[in-house]
Write a protein that binds this ligand. Structure first.
Ligand code: HEM
Length: 428
């Protein structure tokens, strides 16, 4: 891919397109557009960073209502082990490669503050990665291979080894972090790059994914086929509403593995979805979109144009959640959030959603990334969200189910920071 022509694109759309391209030419395009932006440096004391790689919330900014505000730019870098340092009789090379990975990641932590304004990242490992070792993952880690979860989907699976998730408000930060990790930069935010991942990991270019989230960003993509002009101006997500309210998100504690060698880790699920946005906006009224997103009891005043009237909650009552089945039968429509909330435990959500919009493949979609303690928690939520049990008549009335299409799925273990570099299934 080459950097697109600036002409005709808004600045934010151009920068998004540049992140999607990646590499040195993308970094210079960012600099031409924005100049060099001051980005806060990180820390020389790795012990000052949290044990959890996924400890992002307390470092993220919040919106006016106090909900966590995710970074604007995201890159998912798919990694495959170059040689197999974990192969037979290769203990020494595994040790060396582990040090290389750890030191490369620490370079990023020294370079950038752990925040929206700096860089947040995680590295996760697939079940295929762990398959090469003789031992099995401990029982405290629930990490099955990904699978198709409904009869409407036939996804491809992430069967490479690892996935790096880079996130920042600054496009050049995610781009530079990626390039620094792959030996393309001598310094990153003033920090010398002495170690990088080349030789340990290969980047899988064709599996690289990118995305963006934030008020106004989706509406800037109406140049992409399948993104209608009717996407609301201020919406942070393509389907037109705010998402990720504090009260409908699991806490980081809830999604953290508690015991065993991977305590302080989490599991990560990633579904890459296409969205049929033109039908969603052109055949449905705002009132219908409100009902299908939230519940048939929600009205336009309660929600507002893009969910601005909701503060830290999607407004679902326990009664509305309990009524999902009868709403399907009697009213012929159920809400996406209403259905999914059936999987709450003791009234609390069990997955932490960190999804973002994408136009990878030049089509609108979502990289639906969720964190949970056990993959089984995701499966329960996805089952509730699918709502195959609901007698709703036509699929278009089953929340947003009829508008989303899963193309890929991957399951990952995010080890605690202490074991994030090439973990064996039973690290010390
Ligand atoms: C294009 C894809 C999707 C979009 C645009 C979307 C959008 C939304 C919105 C607007 C809400 C209500 C606001 C909130 O509660 O934060 C919501 C809630 C939720 N969604 Fe999604 N969603 C998508 C996919 C999924 C998928 C695939 C799952 C699960 C597997 C899921 C699970 C949930 C859950 C668990 C809630 C909160 C329910 C609760 O309050 O307990 N969503 N989503």
């Amino acid at each position: 891919m080459t950097v697109p022509e600036r002409r005709g694109l808004t600045r934010r759309d151009y920068l998004r397109a540049v992140v999607a391209v990646g590499g040195a030419s993308a970094i210079s395009a960012c600099l031409d557009e924005r100049g060099e932006v001051d980005v806060p440096a990180g820390t020389n004391d790795p012990g000052s960073l949290p044990a959890r790689q996924h400890a992002w919330n307390e470092f993220l900014e919040t919106d006016d209502d106090g909900n966590v505000r995710p970074p604007e730019h995201h890159v998912l870098v798919a990694l495959s082990l170059a040689d197999d340092p974990a192969g037979e009789n290769d203990g020494d090379s595994l040790e060396e490669a582990t040090e290389t990975v750890e030191e490369s990641l620490r370079t990023l932590e020294r370079a950038y503050e752990w925040s929206n304004d700096g860089l947040l990242f995680t590295v996760g490992y697939t079940p295929s990665y762990f398959d090469r070792f003789d031992g099995k993952l401990p029982e405290t880690v629930d990490l099955p291979a990904p699978e198709a979860l409904t009869d409407r989907e036939d996804p491809a699976f992430d069967e490479f080894d690892a996935l790096l998730h880079l996130a920042s408000d600054h496009p050049e930060v995610v781009l530079r972090a990626e390039e620094a990790l792959f030996g393309e930069l001598e310094t990153v935010n003033g920090e010398p790059v002495e170690t990088d991942l080349t030789g340990v990991f290969d980047r899988l270019e064709e599996r690289r994914r990118t995305g963006f989230v934030g008020p106004g960003l989706p509406a800037e993509h109406t140049d992409v086929d399948g993104v209608p002009d009717s996407v609301p101006e201020e919406a942070p997500f393509f389907m037109g509403f705010r998402s990720g309210f504090q009260e409908s998100q699991a806490t980081e504690d809830r999604v953290t593995i508690r015991d065993g060698p991977f305590a302080s880790g989490a599991t990560q699920q990633l579904s890459s979805l296409d969205i049929q946005l033109d039908v969603w906006f052109e055949q449905e009224s705002h009132a219908q979109r409100v009902m299908k997103t939230f519940s048939p009891d929600h009205d336009e005043d309660q929600v507002g144009d893009i969910g601005e009237a909701l503060e830290i909650s999607n407004g679902l009552t326990d009664e509305q959640i309990d009524d999902t089945e009868s709403d399907a039968r009697n009213r012929g429509v159920v809400g996406h959030a209403q259905k999914a909330a059936r999987a709450r435990e003791d009234g609390e959500p069990i997955i932490l959603r960190r999804d973002f919009n994408t136009v990878d493949g030049d089509t609108p979609g979502t990289h639906f990334l969720s964190l949970q303690r056990e993959m089984d928690d995701f499966l329960s939520v996805r089952e509730a969200m699918t709502g195959a049990d609901l007698d709703v008549g036509i699929i278009q009335n089953n929340g947003i189910l009829g508008y989303i299409f899963v193309g890929r799925r991957g399951n990952y273990l995010l080890p605690p920071r202490s074991h994030r570099a090439l973990p064996t299934p039973s690290p010390d």
